[in-house]
Design a protein. Structure first.
Ligand code: 6PG
Length: 237
């Protein structure tokens, strides 16, 4: 993998197409290497557009039965709630691709004990996730690791409960060690609103607790022109 690799495409539609190709290629790479692929999905509208593209016939040949689906974060709502990342992924990708409960591991949200749910999920996460997908917030958050939060500094637990500024506030999220251990980390960012966060994440002073998306700085970044607008260096590293 080319650390810090960045790919800039024209617009959001091109990003969804390129993103689907990149995710499919990464899953195929993991399956060829190890026979299976652990794939952690992100929430948000940018990742969702990529998932929709993955349902196209051109990806039918991907060994979908070899892919285990996890989640990088989840809102603390029931799995059928409109704000649920699991519901979004189920509708956009999991149901169309007929991925069954034996290969999909949603975060256990909506119950009474968030910390217990976080520890429960941490225990079933692979030691190293093969492919981690991430979005980026305008404030520089990724997954549900928000700037200045304790979770963005967490170095022991692999999943924690957070109360963040992006509604709905309560969430579960993977932590920095999990992102750093990802074999391939693919970040999607689209739109001018993300340009400042992308520039700080890729080129700003390295301070991940302040800019959690920097945790993926050495990953593969897929950007549209608008989101890349503030970058000084536009080519692959
Ligand atoms: C979440 C996401 C979050 C998201 C970014 C980008 O559950 O909210 O995991 O990290 O990926 O906020 O979201 P958009 O693509 O919708 O801007």
């Amino acid at each position: 993998m080319n650390p810090g690799r960045r790919t800039i495409v024209a617009d959001a539609a091109a990003l969804a197409r390129e993103g689907a190709d990149r995710v499919a290629g990464a899953c195929r790479w993991a399956i060829e290497e190890r026979g299976r692929c652990s794939l952690a999905l992100a929430g948000g509208t940018t990742p969702r557009a990529v998932y929709g593209r993955l349902t196209e016939a051109r990806y039918d040949s991907l060994p979908w039965d070899r892919i285990e689906v996890y989640f990088g974060d989840e809102r603390w709502v029931p799995g059928d709630h409109p704000d649920s990342n699991f519901r979004m992924a189920r509708e956009a990708l999991l149901e169309p691709r007929r991925l069954g409960p034996e290969q999909v591991f949603p975060m256990p949200t909506g119950g009474a004990d968030r910390e217990r749910a976080a520890d429960e999920y941490a225990s079933l996460l692979p030691e190293r996730i093969d492919v981690i997908l991430l979005g980026v917030g305008e404030d520089g958050h990724t997954a549900s690791l928000f700037p200045g939060s304790d979770a963005a500094r967490e170095e022991v637990r692999r999943v924690v409960a957070v109360c963040g500024p992006k509604p709905p506030p309560w969430r579960l999220t993977i932590t920095p060690p999990v992102i750093r251990a990802g074999r391939r980390v693919i970040v999607f960012a689209s739109g001018r609103g993300k340009a400042d966060a992308v520039a700080r994440a890729l080129e700003g002073p390295f301070d991940p607790p302040a800019v959690p998306a920097q945790l993926a700085r050495e990953g593969e970044w897929l950007l549209d022109e608008a989101a890349a607008d503030r970058l000084r260096r536009r080519g692959d590293e």
